[in-house]
Design a protein around this ligand. Structure first.
Ligand SMILES: [Zn+2]
Length: 83
């Protein structure tokens, strides 16, 4: 799958909405940008999602732009009850 996009004067491009939707990008997200060779091939790669607290890749929920796993949400909730 490919498309042709214009890069603006600041170096920005827009990834088409249908492509973002296909891979589950719903909002702002960091991507790895790799220059593959001297002919100008650039690869954008989604970072593997993981919990911002424990690093687990499972049962994630996005909270204010960060991904937190179910276990850490439960741990934080338990701490709040103690306070
Ligand atoms: Zn976690």
């Amino acid at each position: 799958m490919r498309c042709e996009k214009m890069i603006d004067n600041s170096g920005r491009i827009t990834i088409p909405k249908y492509m973002r939707k296909m891979i589950g990008i719903t909002g702002e997200e960091k991507l790895d940008v790799t220059l593959m060779d001297e002919i100008g091939q650039i690869v954008l790669r989604r970072k593997a999602l993981k919990c911002a607290i424990c690093g687990s890749p499972k049962n994630l929920t996005e909270i204010s732009g960060s991904h937190i796993c179910r276990n850490c949400i439960a741990a934080v909730s338990a701490l709040e009850k103690e306070l």
